[in-house]
Design a protein around this ligand. Sequence first.
Ligand code: FMN
Length: 258
Amino acid sequence: MKISKIHSVVFSPCGGTLNMAGAITRNLKSITHDLTRPSERKGKLSFDKDDLVFFAFPVYGGRVPTGSAEIFDQLNGRGTPAVLAAVYGNREYEGALIELEKLSVQRGFKPVAAVAAIAEHSIEPEVAAGRPDASDQQALADFGRKIYDRLTSQPDLDSFNFEAPGFVPDRPAAPSDVFRPSTDQDKCSDCGLCVPVCPTAAISGDRRHATSEDCIGCMACLKVCPESARVLTHPKVPEVKAWLKSITGERKEVQTFF
Ligand SMILES: Cc1cc2nc3c(=O)[nH]c(=O)nc-3n(C[C@H](O)[C@H](O)[C@H](O)COP(=O)(O)O)c2cc1C
């Protein structure tokens, strides 16, 4: 079949998923639609039968982040082949690919393959530090090329019988308030950088930079703050970080599914 245009549709608060999408399409000419921030979500995107779309989303609590369904509501496929990419911090991806499959099918896409890949853990950067590394990037670029070659060597999508792997975990999908940052008023210089990077517009624009319940705990504001004034103060944070480090010692590799 003919593929006229290749697209990546990406949600990536801290940049790891965007990096991954770039690695997957390294050997393909593609257009990136980074839909992470409200300012970037400017209306519907429609794709045709002869487009190929890579969906790249991070894993939060073994699922896709809260708000992913609203992002998919802006997308329309017309039997468009899709490749699903779940990016996670070396713990587990659990139900993320299944959720991506469901969301994309509902919007008219036909998933044909998937990949689960590892990036630095945005809550505890010591976990999966330096990932994706050169070997991850090579595996991802090979995967992107392989799925393109498979598609273009087939007359249509009939021979693709993809089913997403994993299981949806039996725990609440809602973000935990453990990971809701606040602003240390003594350190904040009111530069305002944290406000536009928030994917859910949860940070107030005034001097206090208070965080609303819309926060999904993505850590983008912590990463961007030049004064380290965005902080996690919940008493459970040290325990969760220690737990994450204790269970992620073994390196996981890029996994591909056709
Ligand atoms: C709230 C939250 C929950 C997360 N849950 C998981 C998880 O269940 N499994 C895992 O391996 N990594 C988990 N991670 C790590 C992210 O999936 C990983 O850091 C990813 O690269 C973040 O994408 P980004 O850099 O594009 O924002 C979580 C990160 C956050 C912020």
